[in-house]
Write a new protein. Sequence first.
Length: 62
Amino acid sequence: MSDDSDREYCLIDATTPPRAEGPPYADCVLCQKPTEYPESYKGITLCPVCEWQEAQRTACSG
């Protein structure tokens, strides 16, 4: 098995919204706590704790 096929198996589109320079911040879609992202961002925003937990859930094992 080549290195390329190993990398393709674990690729996830992990785009994140731009960081906010200051308030107002968007609320986390899971726990409703403030995130590091601007309130004006349209899309899924997660606080640092939920973002880390989601990364753990979706990480490739191997």
